[in-house]
Write a protein that binds this ligand. Sequence first.
Ligand SMILES: [Fe+2]
Ligand SMILES: [Fe+2]
Length: 329
Amino acid sequence: MRFRQLRRILEKVVLAGLPVAMGACFVDEPDCYETVQRSLTAMIPADPQLQMRIDSCRVDVDACNALCTLALARAREPAPQSFRCDVEFLGDVVSMVVSYDVPTGDPSCPVEGRRPDGLAPLRGLRATSAAGAWLAPAAWLEAASVHAFVRLANELERHAAPRALIRGALAAVPDELRHTAMMTRLARRYGAVVPAPEVAAFVDRPLEQLAIENAVEGCVRETWGAVLALWQSHTARDPEVRAALRMIADDEIRHAALAWAIDRWAVPLLDDGARARVASAREAAARELLDGGDAPSLPVLGLPAGAELQRLARRTQLSLWNGGRSCHA
Ligand SMILES: [Fe+2]
Ligand SMILES: [Fe+2]
């Protein structure tokens, strides 16, 4: 499958879901996101600015977020982009609980990026906002993708792959460096620190292992990363995020098309058993995305969530992964 053909399919998948349609919600996937809570208190009577927000919250629950935002600022804690604020009035005491979701950084969660073999789990993530907590692992995965493509080029060379495939893998390295820089800048803007990926030394592998990794990381995950980036390039409220994701989406579609071309070359060289194992790894990866947890509701980043996310994954599956089209169609 070539770049233009794949881009047409993915644009159809994304555009079919716009404008946003809301429906039933998923339950959060605990492995991908955890809820952070901050407890704050205020005494009544408070200073005029705080008292006005307390009074507004007492009569209008929708006004309570403004109260929590001010209380967080007074406590010198930045307000997350998206949070829930629960307020209780107990005599002279106003008790506030601010809750928001942050990714755990589990690399099996569906965020864009090709993971190299031997990538250690994300550690040392620090973020002061939910948007930063999403952007930092995304930037970390972009940095990991640099390692993945350098290794892929070397591996393709060792397996005597066609020059065009090796050139494609090498051309992806500067793309991923650019993505890392863009996502890291955005993550920092949203108060996050991006840890460097740790990757174990490369060990020579048979072609079957390369084909399995390519099917999972390229045909499924990078393709899904391209779908998400395309979606966010239309829906993110932050114009800088939209612009960055627009550029990343095009590159990721090219990387996904490369993965499909590698699959088309590698799979026919394998025996029947190995081909079946590649197919089953690809199906399991697609299934993992389809059964995966919900994403946080972060309008600033335009992430699809709930039923919207489910529909997007299903349309991708029907159009590419098992809609009569195998990875090497
Ligand atoms: Fe990337
Ligand atoms: Fe990529």
